[in-house]
Design a binder for this molecule. Structure first.
Ligand code: ATP
Ligand code: MG
Length: 438
């Protein structure tokens, strides 16, 4: 992509309305634009990153064997009356009346709808296990939308649902998702700690929130120091492959981590000096809630002996749009965003220090094409502006590698390569660039 042809409106100053660094940087880097309170348009660069996050989330869901589908944003109130949540959800639910005076709503979540769909088709134990998910916009009329997409009113969620014959199978599904969440966040380049959590209005008795520690986080949390000192994610994935899911799950959930609602000072197993009290951002939440929805909806299947059994269900959410803000909270410096390579909007930026100079232009055009031919997604800064402004913009948007091309280097066939994360710079001959950036 040539920067001169890209819609990438960066801002020099921090917008006054943005209180936390991720919100400031998302506005300044031209990722999002607020269109009304808690509602955002995703500009091209922001949308590009959002799609990368979605792809990773999707790949890991597919790897668990879940089926992707897409349910509508608008739902009928009838389903929610059946589950009893129509009134319970209160003002957070955006209620809509259609032209025939039918009560509709913009879905805040999909347990009711998925249960209704599932029970229409699945009648026998032979069809289980079967898990479904979608990635879809949700609306919650938050009392205090703030921090940009961190707490929006319209936001993108991945929500998955498991259906099993009995509590043991359902717990196995839960453990599978638990592990897949560790993998997902690991690939997204963040450390999300699974914490024992309250189930809230969804109901049920087994639940974990996946939380990224950050001073600006809205949740108070208590975690064992070990979580900070060791990479349990990488090791536990290995461990689960080797020892089996159940054993691994018991072991990892034995390392203390709890949200403040669940933390109980008196019964906490840890000594004071082993416990960290911190703040964090909830990026995922998983629940095993049993028959809370299958019961009222009559979602049953026949078992081997022909008996009807009510389905045991769980649901599994990831805040896809919130994750982007959380990654930025965890990974930035005074110059801007530092994207993990897996979700960076481009692999590499080529910065032409002297646009209009025939030799520099020819060198950069050629380099741009060569990198593309080698499978790199390249942002070529070909704008006719001061070099200092180019450096500032490219640092701000956080591309992992920068290749800086100036007249002196061109004459010698050399470029400068900068690593955004470490700030390290090195000279390289043109044909050695790929050796450096991989
Ligand atoms: P919170 O406690 O932050 O309000 P929640 O517990 O109500 O979230 P869930 O119902 O568990 O949210 O939804 C699944 C995921 O969706 C959350 O873990 C979070 O990452 C994301 N999410 C929830 N509400 C919002 C929101 N208003 N804006 C952006 N993401 C959200
Ligand atoms: Mg939650």
């Amino acid at each position: 992509m040539r920067y001169s042809q890209y819609f990438l409106p960066t801002l020099k100053e921090n917008p006054k309305e943005a209180e936390i660094v991720s919100h400031q940087l998302m506005l300044r880097a031209g990722l999002i634009r607020q269109t009304s309170s808690g509602i955002y348009a995703w500009l091209p660069l922001g949308y590009k990153i959002l799609k990368k996050i979605m792809d990773i989330v999707r790949e890991e869901q597919d790897a668990t064997g879940a089926n992707e589908m897409l349910m509508p944003t608008i739902q009928s109130a009838d389903l929610w009356k059946e589950s009893g949540r129509y009134d319970a959800y209160g003002k957070e639910m955006l209620r809509i009346t259609d032209r025939h005076d039918r009560e509709m709503l913009f879905g805040p979540t999909n347990e009711e709808m998925i249960t209704d769909i599932f029970k229409s088709y699945i009648q026998s134990y032979k069809d289980l296990p079967c898990n479904l998910y979608h990635i879809q916009w949700k609306f919650r009329d938050e009392i205090r939308p703030r921090f940009g997409v961190m707490r929006g009113r319209e936001f993108l969620m991945k929500d998955a649902y498991s259906f099993d014959m009995n509590p043991d199978d359902a717990r196995y599904s839960y453990q599978k998702y638990f592990l897949s969440y560790l993998r997902t966040f690991d690939r997204l380049g963040v450390k999300a700690i699974p914490m024992k959590a309250d189930t809230g209005p969804i109901g049920g008795d087994l639940s974990h929130e996946f939380i990224i520690l950050a001073e600006t986080g809205e949740s108070g949390v208590f975690v064992d120091k070990q979580w900070m000192e060791q990479d349990f994610t990488g090791r536990s994935i290995e461990y689960a492959d080797r020892e089996g899911l159940g054993k691994y799950f018991d072991k990892i959930t034995d390392i203390y981590a709890a949200t403040d609602e669940k933390h109980d000072e008196e019964n906490c197993p840890l000594a004071k000096d082993q416990l960290i009290e911190a703040r964090g951002i909830e990026v995922g939440h998983i629940f095993y809630f049993g028959t809370k929805y299958s019961e009222p909806f009559g979602a049953k299947v026949t078992d081997k002996d022909g008996n009807l059994v009510t389905l045991e269900m769980g649901s599994y959410g990831i805040g896809v749009s919130r994750v982007m803000a959380a990654v930025i909270e965890a990974s930035h410096d005074e110059n801007g965003i530092i994207w993990p390579e897996s979700i960076a909007p481009f692999d590499v930026a080529v910065i032409n220090l002297k646009t209009g100079d025939a030799a520099c232009d020819a060198f950069c055009d050629n380099l741009y094409k060569t990198l593309q031919k080698n499978g790199k997604d390249v942002l070529y800064d070909d704008r006719d502006i001061r070099a200092g402004n180019k450096f500032a913009d490219i640092d701000l948007i956080g591309v992992p590698w920068q290749i800086i091309v100036g007249p002196r280097g061109v004459a010698a066939g050399m470029v400068e390569i900068k690593n955004r994360k470490t700030g390290e710079k090195q000279e390289a001959a043109k044909d050695k660039i790929l050796d450096v950036i991989g």
